[in-house]
Write a protein that binds this ligand. Structure first.
Ligand SMILES: Cc1cc2nc3c(=O)[nH]c(=O)nc-3n(C[C@H](O)[C@H](O)[C@H](O)COP(=O)(O)O)c2cc1C
Length: 389
């Protein structure tokens, strides 16, 4: 097959070769029961492997019960939860894709209802969404926004226990069959809340200056790297900027520290530290208020700056919706991987269609046998119909 495209060139990371550069960005599904995956997770994630995505990430998966965003969020703090994910990783692997998982702790943004119920904070003990909701935790007694719980301030013992939870979840992810692991350090959740001066007002070794605020993130990365096999790649998602005291320069410093500790790819997202909608200034200075208002590829410059500044591989994400757009990001050396969320939900066969657009030969090669033979005939029929017109 003719393949001179970057998007469809493989990428080797440690002992794992991704077949192409398309990544399903982690997408919370709020469809687990007490953290155990349901048929929804299997159907949802399998779809993208069937659709040719190179690396399929399972959603933010909590490292302990209090680390879930909602009572319906996925978890990997028990062996039963890891076992329930095995059919999914097996199917993804059988399709030639690579199964990845994002491990996470929601911190002060936990204990909320799903977004289709408004993503509202729940009262402690509320059972409307399954398991009773719980007291949230964070670096300081600073709530996310009005109406949200004031977090329990984490002691050094709480911090050590949480780091252990990240490490043991990484071990369970191995037994579940995942080949790529991502630590969720973005979007205002626990790790990000330690990084940002807005939410971290501690004056001990885990707060204060940049070094202190980075300490928790770095210790999580070190512990996870120690329990995640050496031949498997480790990603770390950050909010490259949060508009509340965490800057792109801070992200370059952090990315470099993470690289030194064995993180292979920085996944460059943004925002989420405050309760208000994430915003950034438009060219005319007015704030961007909704996600659909944001320009295409709005976070790509962060991936590019971090890639150059820290000399580390990056994943670009955020309104990447078109094949040529994705190809250009890679050709410009702005990133090594392309993360896609909503466009893949809209069109799970995006990758196979992108191949058709970017390649000139054997355009159906990537399709599963079960579909390809029939689609080929459909194309013949279509051509015949055109000829008759
Ligand atoms: C329904 C939904 C769920 C999401 N869940 C997660 C998540 O679990 N972890 C995460 O880091 N980001 C999550 N995100 C953010 C996406 O991974 C992605 O970064 C964002 O949607 C921007 O990419 P897009 O414009 O291609 O959708 C979620 C986004 C959506 C729309």
């Amino acid at each position: 097959m003719k393949n001179n495209t970057k998007l469809f060139s493989p990428l080797k990371l440690r002992g794992v070769t991704l077949p192409n550069r398309v990544v399903l960005s982690p997408l919370c599904m709020y469809s687990a029961n007490s953290g155990v995956a349901s048929n929804w997770q299997f159907a949802h994630l399998s779809t993208f492997a069937r659709g040719g995505v190179g690396l399929v990430f399972a959603e933010a998966t909590a490292v302990e019960p209090k680390g879930r965003i909602t009572p319906r969020c996925l978890g990997i703090w028990t062996d039963e939860q890891a076992e329930a994910l095995k059919p999914t990783t097996e199917f993804i692997t059988s399709m030639g894709s690579v199964p990845g998982i994002q491990i996470a702790h929601a911190g002060r943004k936990a204990s909320a209802s799903p977004p289709w119920d408004g993503g509202k904070p729940l009262r402690i003990g509320d059972t409307a969404w399954g398991d009773p909701s719980w007291e949230v935790m964070g670096p300081s007694a600073v709530p996310l926004a009005e109406g949200w719980q004031t977090p329990h301030v984490m002691s050094e013992d709480d911090i050590a226990a949480t780091i252990n939870n990240f490490a043991s979840s990484a071990s369970r992810a191995v037994t579940a069959g995942f080949k790529v692991l991502e630590i969720h350090g973005a979007h205002g959740y626990l790790i990000h809340s330690f990084l940002s001066p807005l939410s971290n007002q501690r004056n001990d070794a885990y707060g204060g200056d940049l070094k202190g605020r980075m300490r928790f993130a770095i210790e999580v990365a070190e512990a996870v790297r120690a329990s995640w096999p050496n031949d498997l790649p480790l990603f770390f998602r950050i909010s490259a900027v949060d508009n509340h005291g965490w800057s792109i320069e801070d992200s370059v410093v952090l990315s470099n520290e993470l690289k030194l500790r064995g993180v292979d790819v920085i996944d460059c997202s943004a925002g989420g530290i405050s309760g208000a909608p994430a915003f950034r200034a438009k060219d005319d200075g007015s704030p961007v208020k909704t996600s659909s208002d944001r320009p295409l590829g709005f976070q790509v410059p962060y991936a590019s700056q971090i890639r150059k500044g820290a000399g580390v591989a990056t994943l670009a994400v955020g309104r990447i919706i078109e094949a040529h757009q994705a190809e250009k990001i890679l050709n410009d050396d702005s990133a090594d991987l392309i993360g896609i969320g909503r466009e893949l939900m809209y069109n799970p066969f995006w990758t196979l269609h992108a191949a058709e657009q970017l390649k000139s030969e054997d355009v159906l090669e990537g399709w599963p046998d079960q579909y390809r033979w029939a689609i080929t005939r459909r194309a013949d029929l279509e051509q015949g119909a055109k000829n008759q017109r």
